[in-house]
Design a protein around this ligand. Structure first.
Ligand code: UDP
Length: 157
C-alpha cells in the first residue's frame, strides 16, 4: 500500500442530511484531493449505533448520542488519500462546534455539541479507521479506481 492509500470512515450525521449539507461535506473532501471509494445513504439502527459508539457506552451522553444518530438518514462514506484519517479530522474541526475554528466543517456549520454535523475516524485511535469501515461496509462495496487528477495532487504520482 502506498501512502496515498490510507482510508478513513466519514459520516454526514442526521443533522447534516436534514440541513442539506451532505453535498458540501462531499465537495470539501473531494476538492481537497481525497478520493471517495465508498458511500451508503442509510438509516442506522440501534444495534449499529451502539456498536459504532461503543467506546462511549459509559458516558452520560451515550443514550442521547444513540438517539440522535438513529434519528434520520446519514451518509456513510469511505475516503482515501495521503494521511486521510488525520486530514479529515483537521477539516472537521473540534468536537464541539463552539470551539471549532472557522474554516473547518464544524466551525462553519455548527453551534451545538450534540449536533456536530460530521463524524470521522479518530486518527489517535490506532486502527479505528479500518474498524469503522468494516462495521459499515463490506470490502466488495468499496471501489478501487484512479482519479484523473491524482498526478496533480501528488507530486510523485
Ligand atoms: N458528544 C456529546 N456530548 C459530549 C461529547 C460528545 O454529545 O459531551 C457527541 C458528539 O456528537 C461527538 C460524539 O459524541 O461527535 C462522539 O464523541 P467523540 O469524543 O468521539 O468526538 P468526535 O470524535 O466525534 O470528535
Amino acid at each position: 500500500m502506498s501512502h496515498h492509500d490510507e482510508r478513513t470512515f466519514v459520516m454526514a450525521k442526521p443533522d447534516a442530511v436534514q440541513r442539506g449539507l451532505t453535498g458540501e461535506i462531499v465537495t470539501r473532501l473531494e476538492e481537497r484531493g481525497l478520493k471517495l471509494v465508498g458511500a451508503k445513504f442509510m438509516q442506522i439502527d440501534q444495534e449499529l449505533a451502539e456498536q459504532h459508539y461503543g467506546e462511549h457506552e459509559d458516558k452520560p451522553f451515550f443514550d442521547e448520542l444513540v438517539e440522535f444518530i438513529t434519528s434520520g438518514p446519514v451518509m456513510a462514506m469511505v475516503w482515501q488519500g495521503a494521511d486521510a484519517t488525520r486530514q479529515v479530522r483537521q477539516m472537521m474541526g473540534a468536537t464541539d462546534p463552539a470551539d471549532a475554528a472557522p474554516g473547518t466543517i464544524r466551525g462553519d456549520y455548527g453551534l451545538d455539541l450534540g449536533q456536530n454535523i460530521i463524524h470521522g475516524s479518530d486518527h489517535e485511535d490506532e486502527g479505528a479507521n479500518e474498524r469503522e469501515i468494516e462495521l459499515f461496509f463490506d470490502e466488495d462495496e468499496l471501489v478501487e479506481y484512479t482519479r484523473s487528477d491524482e498526478p496533480w495532487v501528488y507530486e510523485d504520482e
